[in-house]
Design a protein around this ligand. Structure first.
Ligand code: GLN
Length: 305
């Protein structure tokens, strides 16, 4: 396995030169585009890594699956999906068009920014601080890494410049989707996106999902089976935004990307996978990360279809 990962990383290094690192969050433009890394975490607790697998990067939108799980655990699926949809969209992750044109009362799915901001507003907590602490604690637990923390510079950078997300949130406040203090909800969202992880952290979260909500390394159930199933399904249909269809054809596993360059993937009853490659395509997905996953999927026949 290790040899296979080494050769996949080697074969796909060239892709790190394509695309661009995210620059709309100024601090993210400082990351090194040359990096490429992968970790696979199997259900029998083995971990195999290659390339820059020790690299820390911000989780960004991959956190949306974490907050979706928490929101459903706190409120039940019926309530959550009465306030956020579950349909894929052809619009970009930070687009506002569907909110106004399709349904002002309901963002289209929890993986786009509007839907994720609505989702995080449903997570229990007396204030933003408590809500974020629950998210951080849950992330540490499902990744088996008690050291996960936020990258303060990225958090501040996004908070200062996140006016698109502010626009989405205030629009949703005006239509009644968001209840509560908009700035406080946004602050939690910016913090959840700034949590710093490695490929190994993503692979272990993926292995928990692959194991239907049970941590493979200690047998502890952390997510109800039904919630794991829902999240994986939404990852297949919406996890790679408006590239989810193409990703399903070429790779064929539930996955979630973030503009930090990470992708979390999982293969039920087999493994969790974390990859990183900071250079993105125009849809905000890691180019090298997708290429690495494509080769791994072919080599190991991972597609669920
Ligand atoms: N923090 C980023 C944003 O809200 C997350 C987007 C992403 O990773 N696609 O714009």
């Amino acid at each position: 396995m290790k040899r296979l990962l080494d050769s996949i990383v080697e074969n796909n290094k060239k892709w790190t030169r394509e695309g661009n690192v995210a620059s709309y969050i100024p601090e993210l433009s400082k990351v090194d585009r040359e990096h490429i890394g992968i970790c696979v975490s199997t259900l029998d607790g083995e971990e195999y890594c290659s390339g820059n697998s020790e690299l820390k990067f911000t989780i960004q939108s991959i956190s949306k699956i974490i907050t979706l799980m928490l929101a459903i655990i706190d409120n039940g699926k019926k309530y959550v999906f009465s306030r956020v949809g579950m349909e894929p969209t052809e619009a970009a992750f930070n687009s506002i068009i569907n909110l106004e044109a399709k349904n002002p009362q309901k963002p289209i799915n929890p993986m786009i920014n509007a839907g994720a901001i609505a989702t995080v507003s449903m997570i229990a907590g007396n204030d933003g601080k408590e809500t974020f602490n629950r998210i951080l604690k849950f992330t540490r637990k499902i990744s088996g890494n008690p050291e996960i923390n936020i990258n303060e510079a990225v958090y501040k950078s996004e908070k200062e410049t996140g006016n698109r997300n502010r626009a989405l949130a205030y629009f949703m406040k005006s239509t009644g989707v968001l209840k509560g203090d908009v700035e406080e909800i946004l602050d939690v969202y910016f913090k959840q996106c700034s949590m710093e992880v490695t490929c190994g952290d993503l692979a272990r979260i993926g292995s928990m999902l692959a194991n239907d909500g049970v941590l493979p390394w200690n047998g502890q159930r952390v997510v109800p089976r039904d919630v794991a199933r829902i999240v994986k399904t939404i990852m297949v249909t919406c996890g790679m935004y408006d590239a989810s269809g193409e990703f399903a054809v070429h790779i064929g596993v539930p996955a979630k990307s973030g503009v930090g360059g990470g992708i979390l993937a999982c293969v039920t009853r087999r493994m969790g996978i974390g990859v990183v490659g900071p250079s993105l395509d125009e849809k905000g997905n890691s180019i090298a990360g997708m290429k690495v996953l494509e080769e791994l999927s072919k080599e190991m026949d991972l597609s669920i279809f």
